[in-house]
Write a protein that binds this ligand. Structure first.
Ligand code: SAH
Length: 366
């Protein structure tokens, strides 16, 4: 290659840096470490990402920082509002890949549902995102960026809200960046979001679950169980062939829980597949001795998904069978189905496609 004039070093994107890492980056550039606290306050409390506008920093420092650092935020490509108030955001990342985030108001809390990966490798049989395959992991900055963006777009900065890691992707399959994002969100100088307001939903990747058990900053845990036996679950959640039902339940029993907190077990109800009274009884037996609550999710049907939602009577009977056996049960209300924002309906078109994505698009016809 020919010699070229060295170009300006690219500005460092600090959107994914935890505070100690930001302090380090500042020190490396000859600035005071404590400025990290001020920057965190601007970015996460006030939603200001223009370094030049951080008015309590000395002017000279602001100018220097504005050329040295940057804070990338996903760009809104489309925003759809459901008749029930749910809003779906289609977001573009710096490399052009797209993801979706969803705002679900009044559940009764305000809830922001964010993605941890572009696509997903888990390939659960009833989930559209699973049809995309895994395109790539999100960075911690991209995970937190969704929260910053939605907090501003929806004017949530002064409203307490919950975060569920239930958008696209399997959070424990992108462990380090997901945990980094949780720590950034929890930072006392930033959003200062209490970890109990964050729920991480997972298929139960065992080694990662064991790691999570030792984290100092720990979110609530939701396990996507969906069936009481290995035979049934193996057909719905392929990773079950590696990490079976008993092992996942045993890991849950060992999981350190704060007083009065419990693990949520998500259970997608599929007509004629896992919704019989016998299934409910097996589930109740399986969860005996686990500090649990069960969240039943009647399937959100979609073209390309070869299952059906049970009738309300069947859903009711399943819920009653569990509660008669002493379990705490809730049935998840489906939100945003008219804009395809409900659980398992997040799928993104218009990027370089994996074979799985092409298939899903074919099935979907858009
Ligand atoms: N990968 C994580 C987050 C997924 S989304 C996990 O598996 O837990 C959150 C929940 O929606 C999961 O329990 C998932 O199984 C469920 N889900 C996926 N597709 C669905 C569909 N079509 N209808 C209802 N729930 C679905």
């Amino acid at each position: 290659m020919e010699d070229t004039v060295p170009s300006e070093p690219r500005a460092l994107d600090i959107g994914g840096l935890e505070r100690p890492a930001l302090e380090e980056a500042l020190a490396e550039r000859g600035h005071e470490r404590f400025r990290a606290r001020q920057i965190f306050r601007w970015v996460y409390r006030h939603g200001v990402t223009d370094l030049d506008a951080m008015s309590d920093l000395p002017r000279g420092l602001r100018t220097a920082l504005a050329s040295e650092l940057t804070i990338a935020t996903p760009v809104v490509v489309a925003r759809d509002r459901s008749t029930d108030g749910t809003e779906k955001f289609l977001l573009r990342l710096t490399d052009g890949r797209q993801i979706e985030s969803v705002f679900i108001p009044d559940t009764p809390a305000m809830t922001v549902c964010i993605s941890t990966q572009v696509g997903c490798a888990m390939a659960c049989a009833f989930c559209l995102t699973g049809k995309m395959g895994l395109v790539r992991n999100l960075t911690g900055g991209e995970i937190v960026g969704q929260v910053r963006l939605l907090a501003d777009a929806l004017a949530l900065r002064d409203t307490p809200f919950n975060i569920v890691l239930m958008g696209m992707g399997e959070p424990l399959h992108n462990y380090d960046e997901t945990m980094k994002a949780i720590r950034i969100l929890a930072d006392e100088h930033g959003f200062a979001l209490p970890p109990r307001r964050i729920t991480l939903s997972t298929v139960g990747l065992l080694p990662a679950l064991e790691r999570l058990a030792h984290e100092p900053v720990m979110p609530n845990l939701a396990i996507s169980l969906h069936a009481p036996t290995d035979l049934q679950r193996g057909r719905l959640v392929p990773i079950n062939r590696k990490y079976g039902v008993t092992d996942v339940i045993e890991a849950c029993k060992r999981f350190p829980l704060k007083r009065r907190s419990r693990i949520t077990f998500e259970y997608v109800l599929l007509a004629g597949v896992n919704d019989s009274p016998a299934d409910a009884r097996m589930l109740a037996r399986l969860l005996a001795g686990v500090k649990s609550k069960v969240n039943l999710i009647p399937l959100n049907a979609a073209p390309g998904i070869a299952f059906e939602r049970p009738t309300d009577a069947v859903i009711d009977r399943f819920a009653r069978t569990l509660s008669e056996r002493g379990l705490t049960v809730s049935v998840r209300k489906s939100r945003g189905r008219d804009i395809r924002a409900a659980c398992g309906q997040l799928i993104v078109d218009g990027q370089k496609r994996s074979p799985g994505q092409q298939l899903a698009t074919l099935a979907f016809g858009n």
